[in-house]
Design a protein around this ligand. Structure first.
Ligand code: UD1
Ligand code: CA
Length: 459
């Protein structure tokens, strides 16, 4: 097998996106488009990847990291000009170079592989990845001669009426004989409607030198979408979402309404998980067997244990154990660890806290910066008073404690094992193990007082 190289074009501003964010960094299911491209390309196993950066160069580099080399295209004079920037790194190498656009996030590594194989089998100097598009508007068209051989590519803006009727489009992806590519690029001019150095002109230049040029028509038209504006971005999101959801369903995950379920690419979901409509699962979340998420829940970077149920809730950067019940309407903020069999009920917020096994915070509570042991019952309306306006303090509630409703636990404070806090208490001092603590003003009843006032005659 010949050496294989890749050039990713990612220097453009993306004017048609009408955005301050550079086009190739717009996310599709949470991951920048250009990162999707790199992920799929590198799965082909390449000797070198070079990404052409320009607009947003630093940010693009930061996202792609070590997996690519980078070359700066200081001025964006066209796709041909962009590839020329890789000359220093690549031009003397023997082998095949795949050129891909940073704005085609849906092309899969299988398609890249098929393109490589087609190119190498045909011993072509250039092979264009093409597709038959029902609506080819905006794309470059592949012009063939009477023998059905590829002659050249014409850009939409430069095409005449006949050429505009051609349905075979250039996907912006090509395999080239590396040396032939850099030779041909020397001859590209900017004599066209857009005044740009088009990479696409390389095809005609090679053809004129009687070098073999071919096309591989992919049957996967859906993959070839080039994202130039936000309408296409939404289409990409939709297609990617469908692809990921179908993979999970084939792996044994029930998705009640795939159109309304968003799963980011790195999420792991085990068998027999049920996802209800409006579930959004992002980052590096892991959902274990038999868990049930949604409806309308957002899970970001969380581990969710077996048979846990999360309804109408938001959970971020946290670990939730097995058989836990969360929600409806709970908010689990970063650094929460919820033990097996615990319960986090409605209108409960948990932040940077541990809730031990079997503990319950069933209603209307704030638990922040707290260590809560196992089998603790936190009554309705309990607040850990963790912040004095300057610093945060820790609340410790030991195993088997019972916190009465509407209590304030003013941190730093410890409620000892098995202790009982009377409802409505404001606890400011540590409570020893096994105690009952009451910290509220005494009740006094004024008998008959209310009736007397009610019966008082108006003046
Ligand atoms: C390009 C192709 C078109 C094809 C379409 C497929 C050319 C001339 N046209 O058109 O035939 O049908 O892709 O989606 O190649 N870029 C740079 N530097 C530049 C210009 C562009 O790095 O100077 C990058 C962009 O960031 C982008 C990619 O190249 O990722 C494609 O550029 P874009 O302007 O989107 O080309 P299209 O008009 O879509
Ligand atoms: Ca494009």
């Amino acid at each position: 097998m010949a050496n294989r190289y890749a050039v990713i074009l990612a220097a453009g501003q993306g004017t048609r996106m009408k955005s301050k964010l550079y086009k190739v960094l717009h996310p599709v299911l949470g991951r920048p488009m250009v990162q999707h491209v790199l992920d799929q390309v590198k799965a082909v196993s390449l000797d070198e990847v070079v990404t052409i950066v320009g607009h947003g160069a630093e940010l693009v580099k930061e996202h792609l990291g070590e997996e690519s080399k980078f070359v700066l295209q200081a001025e964006q004079l066209g796709t041909g000009h962009a590839v020329i920037q890789a000359e220093k790194l690549l031009k003397d190498k023997e082998g095949t170079t795949i050129v891909v656009c940073g704005d085609t996030p849906l092309i899969t590594n299988k398609t890249y592989l098929d393109l490589f194989e087609h190119h190498e089998k045909e011993s072509s100097k250039a092979t264009i990845l093409t597709a038959i598009a029902p609506n080819p508007s905006g794309y470059g068209r592949v012009i063939r001669n009477e023998k059905n051989e590829v002659e050249r590519i014409v850009e939409h803006k430069d095409a005449n009426e006949n050429e505009l009727r051609v349905e075979e489009i250039n996907t912006g992806t090509y395999c080239f004989d590396n040396k032939a590519l850099f030779e041909a690029l020397k001859e590209v001019s900017n004599d066209n409607v857009q005044g740009e150095y088009y990479l696409t002109d390389v095809i005609e230049i090679m053809k004129n030198k009687s070098e073999k040029v071919s096309a591989y028509v992919t049957p996967e038209f859906e993959e070839t979408l080039g994202v130039n504006d936000r309408v296409a971005l939404a289409q990409a999101e939709k297609t990617m979402k469908k692809r990921i959801n179908e993979q999970h369903m084939r792996n044994g995950v029930t998705i009640i309404d795939p159109e309304n379920t968003y799963i980011h690419p790195d999420v792991i979901i085990e068998q027999d998980v049920v996802l209800h409509p409006g579930s959004i699962i992002t980052g590096s979340s892991v959902i274990k067997e038999n868990a049930e998420i949604g409806p309308h829940s957002e899970i970001a970077n969380c581990e969710i244990g077996e048979s846990t149920i999360i309804k109408q809730s938001v959970a971020t950067d946290s670990k939730i154990g097995d058989r836990v019940n969360v929600g409806p309407f709970a908010h689990i903020r970063p650094d929460a660890t919820i033990g097996n069999g615990a319960k986090v009920g409605n209108f409960v917020e948990i932040k940077k806290s541990t809730l031990g096994e079997g503990s319950k915070v069933s209603h209307l509570s704030y638990i922040g910066d707290a260590q809560v042991g196992s089998n603790v019952n936190v009554g309705c309306g309990t607040i850990t008073v963790n912040y004095d306006g300057k610093n945060k303090y820790l609340t410790t509630i030991e195993d088997d404690a019972f916190i009465g409703c509407n209590s304030n636990l003013v941190a730093p404070v410890t409620v000892g094992k098995g202790s009982y806090i009377a409802a409505g208490s404001t606890i400011t001092k540590d409570v020893p193990e096994g105690s009952l603590s009451i910290a509220r003003s005494k009740q006094s009843n004024k008998e008959g007082y209310a009736t007397r006032i009610k019966n008082r005659k108006k003046d």
